[in-house]
Design a protein around this ligand. Structure first.
Ligand SMILES: Cc1cc2nc3c(=O)[nH]c(=O)nc-3n(C[C@H](O)[C@H](O)[C@H](O)COP(=O)(O)OP(=O)(O)OC[C@H]3O[C@@H](n4cnc5c(N)ncnc54)[C@H](O)[C@@H]3O)c2cc1C
Length: 396
């Protein structure tokens, strides 16, 4: 089953996409088909470099979301298509965390970064600290007032992804007035130290600790939004970002689904299997239904985020947790149907299992996301009114 086959039945559910947008998605899928066979073995030396080159090449070929309401829907489906190849392709198109810069930076900074992101540069996010990534309100990374109105940043962020590939990071700090602000920090500044840690999965991008040693920034160009608007920026960004992550993970589960279906059909066709047993058929059917349902939910969450709907954050948090849980479960159920060969480290099903594990933490650890959703739902139930803004900080 090819990746686009999953999307074809959903056409009527995404009225925002006109025939040209669909053609662009097909073209994107075709280019992935052409470019991916040249990839080095996943996780080998050169894997991360190739992923960055792929991002630049796809950018050069003009693969980006169309303007207007079709944009977030197109990007969600593009993430799904990329995910079917490998979860490490999660940044092969799109603005990613750079969206915060384009939305909240000054006009000059946003203009410069529009060019850089369209050329394939990558922006990382540095929010988590040792006290716990799910407690962003308690961050201690400090911006002190320096000479000439500059801020000097000192602190340590941990578990940061895109650590060695990002050209810049959106860093969440305590500003000189003690409020949480978001600032853009150049990755190459001498005071920025990066310590790589080997992850269990999602090895495509460098991951680890980002230390800031008295790094000067000019708030006139590097501050995103107003001083003190860090939490607002964080929550608004993740309302749009989480559905994209979810769609990518669901794509990865769909990719494993395709491998399993092809393997079973091939074994049946050559007579190794006289017939396909019911447990395999049921697993294929159940996984397909769950992946499709969660992808539709991710599309809805993307739409709501783009429209600034008051429930966008809630749907993104719950949809991320439920969608990743679905992808993890689908792959856990499907992989044994391949047999022991699917347990080889080099097998895509084995890689998918390890990679998806990372998304149980990244972009929001699930118990915190479900709990935060519960708080919001309870607040709206007691108020008898539409959903309230969550009191609880949802994690990166
Ligand atoms: C692959 C990967 C990529 C990542 N990328 C990034 C990135 O690019 N940038 C970034 O900033 N971060 C990143 N992270 C960090 C991620 O956002 C955090 O792991 C996540 O927010 C959870 O934070 P934590 O791991 O510090 O766990 P904690 O916040 O310490 O939580 C650990 C557990 O304790 C629970 N807990 C919290 N409070 C309580 C309590 N009062 N009582 C009992 N239990 C409690 C939590 O719910 C959770 O189950 C990444 C993580 C991974 C694994």
């Amino acid at each position: 089953m090819n990746a686009l086959t999953w999307l074809e039945p959903l056409r009527s559910s995404v009225a925002e996409l006109d025939p040209a947008d669909w053609a662009a998605l097909e073209h994107f899928d075709h280019d992935l088909q052409v470019l991916c066979p040249a990839a080095p073995q996943a996780n080998d030396a050169g894997w991360s470099r190739w992923l960055l080159e792929l991002r630049r090449e796809l950018a050069a070929r003009g693969h980006r979301a169309p303007p207007g309401p079709a944009g977030p829907v197109w990007q969600t489906l593009a993430q799904f298509l990329a995910g079917t190849r490998d979860l490490d392709l999660r940044d092969c198109t799109g603005l990613g965390h750079g969206a915060m810069v384009l939305t909240h930076a000054t006009a000059g900074t946003a203009r410069a970064w529009t060019r850089r992101l369209h050329a394939g540069d990558l922006v990382g996010i540095a929010a988590s600290e040792r006290r716990g990534g799910s407690r962003i309100r308690e961050i201690t990374t400090q911006a002190r007032l320096g000479r000439g109105g500059h801020w000097r940043l000192t602190g340590e962020k941990c578990w940061v992804s895109r650590l060695t590939e990002a050209a810049a990071f959106v860093v969440f700090v305590r500003d000189p007035d003690g409020r949480i602000s978001a600032v853009l920090v150049d990755a190459e500044h001498a005071g920025v130290e990066r310590e790589v840690i080997e992850p269990f999965g999602l090895g495509g991008w460098g991951w680890g600790v980002l230390r800031l040693h008295d790094v000067p920034i000019d708030p006139a160009t590097a501050l995103l939004g107003n001083p003190g608007s860090g939490l607002e920026i964080f929550h608004e960004h993740f309302a749009g970002f989480r559905p994209l992550v979810t769609a990518t993970a669901l794509g990865t589960a769909a990719g494993v689904h395709g491998l399993v279906a092809d393997e079973l059909a091939a074994r049946r066709d050559v007579g190794i299997l006289p017939r396909i047993r019911d447990n395999a058929l049921i697993t294929l059917g159940r996984a397909h239904a769950a992946i499709t349902a969660n992808l539709l939910a991710a599309l809805t969450a993307s739409r709501l985020a783009a429209a600034g709907h008051p429930d966008a954050g809630l749907l993104a948090r719950l949809g991320k947790a439920a969608g990743i849980d679905t992808a993890v479960q689908a792959v856990a159920d499907l992989a044994p149907l391949i047999g022991a060969s699917g347990f080889k480290r080099s097998h895509p099903a084995a890689k998918a299992r390890a990679d998806l594990t990372g998304l149980l933490y990244a972009d929001g650890i699930h118990d915190s996301l479900y709990r935060s959703g519960g708080v919001t739902l309870l607040a709206s139930a007691s108020a008898g009114a539409p959903t309230q803004t969550p009191a609880l900080a949802a994690a990166t």
